[in-house]
Structures are given as C-alpha cells and as structure tokens.
Design a protein around this ligand. Structure first.
Ligand code: SDX
Length: 375
C-alpha cells in the first residue's frame, strides 16, 4: 500500500465538468470543454452556471429563461431572515452561510429527493440564494435595512446592490461577475471533493453543500483570500513587502494566496485574468492594494519561486471594491456554488461510494488490561 499524502495526483473519479491540466508547461482550465479565458472574455456568471449544470452553452432564450428562474428564487423565506437576525453579529459569514443552507434544507419537504429534476431545482435555488444570504446578513449585522433583490439587475450587480443599497458601476459589476466566473468550478478541489464524498453516500444536496461550505472556509483553501488582505494590511505600503515576505519565509510560514496542489511552477490561468482585472480596477479607483500585491508577488517569486493562486488577486479586487474582509470567502462560495451543485449531480448520476483506505501505523494485537490493573 503506497500512501499518497493528501491524495496528491490520485484520480478519484471521472468527471466531465472541469478540465485542469498542464500542457507544454502551460495550465489549461476548461469548464465543459470551454477555455476559461474565452468564458472570461465573452460570458457572464449565469451563462457559466447554466453551462456547468447542463453541459452546454444556452441559447439566447434558454439563458433569458434561466436568468428569470434565478431571479424568482433570490428572495429568502422569512424563517431564514429570522435566523440571520438571531445569529450573533460576530458570527463569521461563512458560518452563517452553512447554517442558512442547513435551515433551507429543513424547510424543503423534498429534501431527500435526489432525482435529476429535483437536484436541478435545489441547485438553482441555492445559486440564487447564496448572494442574498450573504448580503442580508451583512445588512443585519451592520444595523441597516434589508435591500431586497432587484429583478432589473443581473446576478453580480444585484449582489452589490443588496450589499450596499445602491446600484454598482458597470465596471464594479463586471469585475464581480468575472470573479464569479473564475471561481465557479475547479475540478476536485477540497470543498468540491467534500461535496462529492457526501453525495457518494446519497446524502441530500443541502448536506453536501454544508460539507463543501465548511471545507472552503479553511485557510489552506478558500479561507486564504481573507488571510491575503490581512497580510496586505500588515504590510501597509509596497516598499515593506519584500522584507515582510523574506522574514515570513525565513520563519517557514506559509504565504497566503500562493502555491497550488495542481499548478506547480505554472501560473494559475485564473490569476492571469484576476491580475489584469485588479490592475484595471486599481487604476480606476486609485487603490493602493494592487501595488502592494505586485510587490508581494515579486518577492514571493524571488525568494521561493512561489506563484500567486486564485485567492491572491481576487483579494485585491474585493478590497478595492470596498468589500469587508470577512465577506471574501463567502464571495468565493457565491461563485463556487454552481460547480459544487454540478459535481453533486454528476456524483448522484454515476455513483460509487467514495471510501479510500488508510495505511495503519498504530500498535496491533494489544492485550486488554482491566482498569484496576492500570496503575
Ligand atoms: C485554493 O485545489 C484547488 O483547486 C483549490 C483552488 C480552487 O479553485 O478550489 O484553486 C482554491 O484553495 C487555492 C489555494 C489557497 N490556499 C493558499 O493560498 C494557502 C497557501 N498555500 C499553501 O499552503 C499550499 O500552496 C497549498 C495548500 C495550496 C498546496 O499545498 P501542497 O500542494 O500540499 O504543497 P506543499 O505543502 O507540499 O508545498 C510544497 C513546497 C513546500 O516547500 P518545502 O517545504 O518542500 O521546501 O512548496 C512550499 C512548501 O513549503 N509552499 C509554500 C507555499 N505553498 C507551498 N511555502 C510558502 N508559502 C506557500 N503558500
């Protein structure tokens, strides 16, 4: 038995959702066969969510209908709003998100129905409601009135509208829409794998999403985004970045927002898109975060040949958009919910229980000693 620590390079299942590969020293990321750079350039989050769920790009009428379905599903039931009101205001928004998902499941009388049709309905409801849960909780914890969904606005712009109470600029909406596209799926990352493990036991979709949401929060995964902005705040000015990075690496500490299990020594294709976006936004909004980020990136490469991952420049974008630090991970989840639900449905459709083995390294064949004789 060969132990593959962290299941590194272990192929755990077949999937037709995302292709993540290194070809000729370049990283390729495709959703259902479409290159992420094409989707970043031409698509919108609703279209990408449709693609991930149904496997094909929608026609114009299919996309319009899908957008309308999501709009009709955005509003939260009063019980969920009550939950958001009663959670302590210091509750981390990711804890709020997973709690709200669990409560939504308890209200779904078809919670245990796993047919394709039922699963698609649950997926659409969760994709539509994730932004509302996050925005509503933020309004409640900051003592502001709820800003209800605006059906005139698309997914990303409506999220910013519900969060801030005013319509975002075209650039702000486009930035967040692109961020959602780039976070929508990424093969068997830890949170998606957690969702598929739960789905492989035939647990309900809400249980699978609670597993995924809890997993994403870890700082080695989606939680890194919040750690990145905290690092930028500590550095404060670009000229302090190099010394900060050098000292951190000397202490054998991890640089949040750098490194990747799959993209070893190749740039994450999403980083290319996010860095360009962060630079453009910084120029428009005169934000200091991009300069600090670039200085950190240069130092990380200089001292350890580390490359930035998806969390690095997205943290720069969120900070420049004025989004509170602890909403960075929930925003990752708002993008990723489409991929999670697509993987859960794929697992249900062609399931085999996911149950790896462990190489036992503890003591064996020990004789039981009655407690009186244990000294
Ligand atoms: C995401 O899987 C996905 O697709 C995830 C994701 C997605 O879309 O779902 O892309 C999103 O989670 C991105 C990753 C966000 N996490 C972080 O930014 C946290 C910091 N990064 C790491 O801790 C690390 O890079 C991991 C966890 C992401 C990957 O770790 P691995 O594959 O287990 O690599 P490793 O720990 O074996 O490190 C290999 C070497 C080590 O050097 P040596 O000890 O051999 O000298 O690289 C070094 C590590 O020390 N290294 C780092 C580092 N990442 C790797 N050193 C300092 N800082 C880092 N960030």
């Amino acid at each position: 038995m060969i132990v593959k620590e962290g299941l590194e390079d272990v192929i755990a299942c077949r999937s037709s959702i995302s292709r993540v590969e290194i070809e000729d020293g370049k990283a390729i990321l495709e959703y259902r066969g479409y290159n992420i750079h094409d989707l970043a350039k031409h698509s919108c989050y609703e279209e990408v969510a449709y693609l991930l769920l149904f496997g094909e790009l929608p026609t114009k009428s299919e996309l319009e209908a899908f957008k309308e379905e999501l709009k009709d599903l955005r509003e939260l039931p009063p019980q969920i709003i009550g939950l958001l009101t009663h959670l302590p205001p210091f509750t981390h928004p990711m804890v709020v998100l997973r709690t709200a998902v669990s409560y939504l499941g308890s209200m779904d009388k078809y919670i245990h129905y796993r047919s394709y049709e039922h699963s698609i309905e649950k997926a659409k409801s969760l994709i539509a409601k994730f932004p509302t849960i996050v925005a509503y909780y933020h309004r409640i914890r900051t003592g502001q009135n709820l800003v209800h969904p605006n059906d005139e606005l698309d997914h990303a712009e409506n999220f910013l509208y519900m969060l801030y109470g005013e319509e975002p600029s075209e650039l702000e909406a486009r930035c967040l829409d692109l961020d959602f596209i780039l976070h929508a799926d990424h093969e068997l990352n830890a949170s998606t794998f957690a969702a598929r493990v739960a789905a492989s036991t035939l647990a309900d979709m809400y249980a699978c999403i609670v597993a995924a949401t809890g997993t994403l929060m870890g700082p080695l995964h989606g939680g890194a985004a919040q750690k990145v902005i905290e690092m930028f705040r500590e550095i404060a000015v670009p000229w302090r970045a190099e010394e900060y990075v050098k000292e951190k690496l000397k202490r054998k500490e991890r640089l949040m927002g750098f490194g990747h299990r799959v993209y070893k020594n190749v740039m994450d294709p999403r980083t290319i898109e996010l860095k360009a976006l962060a630079k453009m936004l910084a120029e428009q909004k005169d934000s200091k975060w991009f300069e600090i980020a670039e200085a950190v990136e240069q130092a990380a490469y200089k001292y350890k040949k580390l490359l930035p991952n998806v969390d690095f420049y997205s943290a720069c974008i969120y900070a420049t958009l004025g989004i509170p630090d602890d909403l960075f991970i929930p925003i990752f989840a708002i993008g990723r919910i489409a991929g999670w639900t697509a993987h859960i449905i794929e697992q249900y459709e062609n399931n085999r229980l996911l149950r790896p083995r462990a190489l036992y390294v503890g003591p064996k064949n020990r004789k039981y000693i009655p407690i009186e004789e244990r000294g």
